[in-house]
Write a protein that binds this ligand. Sequence first.
Ligand SMILES: *Cc1c(COP(=O)(O)O)cnc(C)c1O
Length: 406
Amino acid sequence: MSNTQITRPLFDQIMVPNYAPLEMIPVRGEGSRVWDQQNNEYIDLTGGIAVNALGHAHPELIQALTEQAQKIWHVSNIYTNEPVLILAQKLVDNTFAEKVFFANSGAEANEAALKLARRVAFDKFGIDKTEIIAFYQGFHGRTFFTVTAGGQASYSDGFGPKPADITHLEYNDLSALEKVISEKTCAVILEPLQGEGGVLPITPAFAQGVRALCDKYNALMIFDEVQTGMGRTGQLFAYMGLGIIPDVVTSAKALGAGFPIAAMLTKACFAEHFTVGTHGTTFGGNPLACAVAGKAFDLINTEAMLNGVKHKEQLIRQHLQAINEEFSVFKEIRGAGLLLGAVLNEQYQDQAKAFFLESAKQGLLILVAGANVLRFAPALNISDDLIDQAMLKLKQAVKNIVNKDT
Ligand SMILES: *Cc1c(COP(=O)(O)O)cnc(C)c1O
C-alpha cells in the first residue's frame, strides 16, 4: 500500500465508526508542533488529550524507549522486571502510596480500583457492603464497570444489564453524599477535577468532606487522577493540593507521556486483599512502557516543571480573558494548571465543536469537553512563545465565528 492511498476516506471504509476524526492526518510531531500529510503545521494544545505531557518526540523519552527496546520488550507477569520496579519505587517514594499495580489504560486502573474496593469490603465486612458512589458528569473509562460508574448514562445505556449497586450524586454536593452514604458503601470514586465532564474543579471543602465520610463508613476514597495526575494541575498529583490523602489514586494518560501505561496506587492495608490470582493483566508493567514512564516521571517531577505549569496557566488565562474582552464569547474560564476550560456563554450554546473546527483551520489543535466548553491540555513543557502564537490563532478563530454570527 503506497502512502498516497492512506487517506481519511479509508477510515470510513475500514474502521469501526465509533470515532469521527478530523480530515487531516498527523504524521509527525516535535515538542508542541504537529505536521499533517500535506506538511501543514499545527500548534498542539491537546497534548493527545492530556497524554503527551512532554510534547512529541522528546529526545530523552526516545532514548529511554530505544535503549529498552534493544534489551527486552515483554516478559509477562510470570517474572518481574527492572523497569517496572524502578518506576514503582519512584511512585512509592513520591506519593502516599505503599503499593502499585500497573495496567495499560485509565479504564483498567479504575477497574482494578473498583474491584479492589469491593474485595476489601467483602473480606472485612461481608457480602452486603457493595455500594459504589460516583458522580454525574464523572468519567472513569469505557469498560462496562467503569463506564457505569461514570456519570453519563448515555455512555452505558444499550449494552444490557449493568454492573449493579452504583449510585450517582451531584458533584461538589456534600449534603447529598451525607444523606446517601452508609455502612453499605464500599467506595466513593471521583475526579479531583472533572475533565471530560466540562473541566469542573472540585471544591476543597467537598474533597475534605468526602474524605471524612469515607473514614466514618469504612469506604475507600478512590481519586481518579487519570487526567489530573503527573503534573497536569501544577502538583505531581492533584490530591496534593487539596489537603487530603485518598485510599486509592489511579493514573494513566500522562504517566507514559504517550506510551500506554496506567497505575493504581494504594496503601499496603488495602493492597494485601489482592492476593495471588485475584486480579491480573498480560501487558501491565511491560518493560517498554515502564522504561518510558520512569524517564517521564523524572522529567515531570521537578520544581521547575511544576512551577512552570502554574506560570503557563496564568499566561493562557490572561490570553483567554483578553480574547473574551474583545469578543464576549466565554462565560467563565476554569480549571487548574494546564487543564483549562473556556465555557461558552449563552449566545454560543452548543457550539464548542464549531470553535474546535475553526481553530484547526487556523492551524491550532484544541479540545472540547461537552458541547459548551473549549478545553486546553497542552504539553507541560510548551514554551511561552508558542502559547502566545497559539492564542493569536485562537483569537482569529473566535473572530471568524463571531463575525459569521453577525
Ligand atoms: C481518560 C480518562 C479515563 C479513561 O482512560 P483510558 O485510558 O481511555 O481508559 C478515566 N478517567 C479519567 C478521569 C479520564 O480522563
